[in-house]
Design a protein around this ligand. Sequence first.
Ligand code: SGN
Ligand code: CA
Length: 791
Amino acid sequence: MERVLDNFILPDKSLHCVAPRRKCDKIANRSWVGIVYKENDLTQPPPPLQDHLMKSSIFSIGILLVCLCSGGADAVAKQPNILFIFSDDHAPQAIGAYGSKINQTPNLDRIAKEGAVFRHSFCANSICGPSRACILTGKHSYLNGFLRNSDRFDGSQTTFPKLLQQVGYQTAIIGKWHLTTDPVGFDHWEILPGQGSYYNPDFIQMDRTRKAYPGYVTDIITDRALQWLKEQRDPDKPFVLMCQHKAPHRNWSPPSRYFSLYKGVDIPEPDTLFDDYSGRSELLKQNEMTLKDHFFWGWDAKQKGENPFPKYFASGLANGEYRRMNSEQKAQWDAAYEPENQAFIERMKAGELSDKDVLRWKYQRYIKDYLRCIQAVDDSVGSVLDYLDESKLADDTIVIYSSDQGFYLGEHGWYDKRWMFEESLKMPFLIRWPGVVEPGIESTAMIQNIDYAPTFLEVAGAPVPEEIQGRSLVPILKNKGKATDDWRDAIYYAYYENGASHNVPIHDGIRTERYKLMFFPRNREWNLFDLKKDPKELKSVHQDLAYSETFSGLKRQYHKIHQLYQVNTAAIPASRLDVPHWRARDAAITQKARKGNFDLAFIGDSITQGWEGAGDAIWKEFYADRHAINLGISGDRTEHVIWRLQHGNLGKMQPKVAVVMIGTNNTGHLQQDPTEVAAGVKRILDLLRESRPDTKVLLLGIFPRGKNPSDVLRKNNNEINNEIKRYADGKHIHYMDIGSIFLEADGTISDEVMPDYLHLSKEGYARWAKAIEPKLQALGVEPSVHAASPQ
Ligand code: SGN
Ligand code: CA
């Protein structure tokens, strides 16, 4: 059995400087840029973004001056062009160069043949917008702020196109963008709205007007990109052109020229098409992305009319692409699809097809459409490569092909992506760089989409900001694809959507050469895969004793990588919309908060919610007549409160005082590092300050838990309290640690105060109310007129 080394090589040399000194030196020594960059001081904390932006502009002015003073044209000419061809959902297993068994992609393969193919290329978050945000910023989702497709990209942050502009590049993006806000840092852009459409698509123009183009989206994006190269490119400048396709995204609508491709042919099925999800996380079974149960009659199967087979097909999503077609397009479509559709319906009606046959039919319909879309992408690549040859740009242009993530092509019975299994974790990465990358290179270095930005910056001779987490691939590209000695030996992955499309839970994990470790916070479950013995990831071995050492080593590695990338789940907003009781309570208390005017709000978890349970009588006694509201939800951690505060949980109220007590579940569920939990609490305080500047916060130390003072969870809470007490400023934030009122003289907790040594009894609530009463009044909450309430 192989041991996992504890002293794995950190992907980056320090938390703050992603660029190892050597790399910084290398950039500094490029004579044509002629600027000596100050070395990163690895002992210093990262500069605030503002500082960084200022530094960048100083750099850019410097670079400009150097270029101007030294007859810049020559120097700038050495900066290669970058043509970044990108598609949506194109899995490597559908590319010839990656050994596809199901299709041929001669033009994509040409990039690989004349350049390099990276076999261990991974995304950081397997979903569209987030992957793009990682690429633009060189940072993991948590740091770039675009965690889910529903987020808005903050275009004011540092991105590689902006930095390339500063070193003289002309920048353009044409095609799918999907980051909600307008592109920033591009001299030219023309983008699809949201997901865009396959047929007769609209494009948003730089003046925000929409323009509809007749035809098929992949061809239109290609034409627009070629037109930009031919007519709008400034020949005196190097360029970066991002040509970003919609295809082969769902609903996999092909162009008419490929309607007949694969007709009469059966595409080989993946071995795991009939996966039963046993032997892995329980959550797997709850997915909603199977060909079996989640394949829509209209949208996915491209059938028309009412769904006659609700047992086999999902209903309610018609083929919207068909509706967009003109009559000629519809006629071609019908001629291609309807005979097959009708034949299928007849066989179904005749009872000729078993359940498995139906699944097989769906797979063939799905995969053929998907591959037909890819064929058009391959054509597009061919046209662009041809143009580079014709225009003699090929030698000066780096060409990259990639896609925002991988995709399940029937593996595990799925379409879609999101889960951290190989098929969606992997992204294609093909690169041709004449004169630098030797033709035909195969690399197994573990690379990620956060590496693209620093790579582009290095090839352009631009400084790589310290805040970038990825690493430049240039040393690997120059080293025949071999990872350098100090290269990372694990990549980090995190997926943040929850209760959203396809019901894939939040999870994160690491992948090393041989293993993959995943963590699912929803049920606090680990999964561990030995990719050497189980490349199809069919059995988690986290409970297998033979792997116990490996498992603990990987867990250590997982925690280290969290530290390295400053990933702190306690401060990343997360909902629990997948939990019905949570959804209901969140909605109910938000509704209440919207309607009422409250002076006093209690914010927290089950201990706060318990004011409506064991604490009910005490609440009535102390707070019933004082405009108080209970915003506690059982099971919440700091990240859930953060989410609630960002999603209207306070309604319109401006309470005089908010009592905040949160974090014991970060301890209990995850034994989370105290500094991480404290950062989560800090985020809550900041959100309260931003949104309710006049509200005073009474921050309570997390209550003690566990019977004995030696309880590890109690100790964790104490450590958190040591951190959070520092947030009190005596003005807006007031801190009280009332933990001792729940303790016996010897430090133990009696079950009369906390029956389960975590939640309070009536007596516990009485002690809590009494302890904070003077402070509440001091902070401006009117005393109760209720006779029993202490004044
Ligand atoms: C749409 C798709 C989903 C897909 C997401 C995200 N549904 O919602 O299947 O997972 O996009 O895709 S569809 O009915 O609109 O086709 S992503 O690539 O944009 O992230
Ligand atoms: Ca995608």
